[in-house]
Design a binder for this molecule. Structure first.
Ligand code: ADP
Ligand code: TYD
Length: 205
């Protein structure tokens, strides 16, 4: 597979769904034509903001403060990593992007989708060309995620109801954006999911 044109691709889904694994496998498949990045993070400044967001007490930030922090991190990521790579002709693969804020802060943590959309329009204003939403039962996904004990588990600690709200939010997002969102069944062996993603990408481009 080769990069026909600069292309911005994102992976989304509940915690532990296997997004990071799939983003990495796809980046390996695409080789030098692609860069792999992630949110929150993906640039030195945004990685510093990441630590504030993913570590510590779940009650540490209000949903409103979270929206501001995630958007600040995203703006830096966009300016310093995503746009320069696209300009250089690379395919950009990001493990999470704005859809995570729409669903985590806009639906699951609070009913703030309008605020998320306004801030996105003001400060980001960019959508991916294609988004893979890796879908699976949150209970199974959470079991995988918590097994890692990475110290970056602040969002996993909101519990199972939160993860169910996330799943519903991502499914709704996929339904409403069929032009750029592809739903992927994440509850299959890693290689099966990877082949499905590669085939869907080939069909899309
Ligand atoms: P996410 O980025 O969605 O949180 P990861 O890719 O980090 O998920 O995967 C979480 C854990 O589950 C890792 O230990 C990973 O090796 C494992 N994993 C990923 N995909 C699968 C799969 N399809 N089947 C079983 N385990 C998986
Ligand atoms: P990440 O480390 O990618 O978690 P995981 O590997 O479990 O998917 O992301 C950290 C957490 O930040 C994750 O639980 C999702 C959350 N998050 C938001 O709440 N809003 C956002 O805008 C982003 C990008 C992530």
């Amino acid at each position: 597979m080769s990069a026909a044109r600069p292309f911005f691709l994102t992976f989304e889904g509940v915690d532990g769904s296997g997004k990071s694994t799939q983003a990495r496998l796809l980046a390996e498949r695409l080789g030098k034509s692609a860069i792999l990045t992630r949110e929150p993070g993906g640039s030195p400044g945004a990685e510093e903001i990441r630590a504030l967001l993913v570590e510590g007490d779940p009650a540490r930030w209000s949903p409103e403060t979270e929206i501001l922090l995630f958007t600040a991190a995203r703006r830096d990521h966009l300016e310093k990593t995503i746009l320069p790579a696209l300009k250089a002709g690379k395919t950009v693969i990001s493990d999470r992007f704005a859809d995570s804020t729409r669903v985590y802060q806009g639906v699951a943590r609070a009913d703030l989708r309008g605020v998320v959309d306004q801030l996105h329009a003001l400060m980001i204003g960019r959508e991916p060309d294609l988004t893979f939403i890796v879908d699976m039962d949150p209970e199974l996904a959470l079991g995988r995620g918590l097994a890692r004990k990475s110290g970056e588990d602040r969002f996993e600690e909101f519990g199972l109801d939160f993860q169910h709200a996330l799943r519903a939010g991502f499914l709704d997002l996929a339904r409403k954006n069929p032009d750029r969102c592809i739903l992927i069944d994440g509850n299959r062996p890693i290689e099966t999911v990877a082949k499905d993603i590669a085939n869907r990408l080939a069909g899309f481009r």
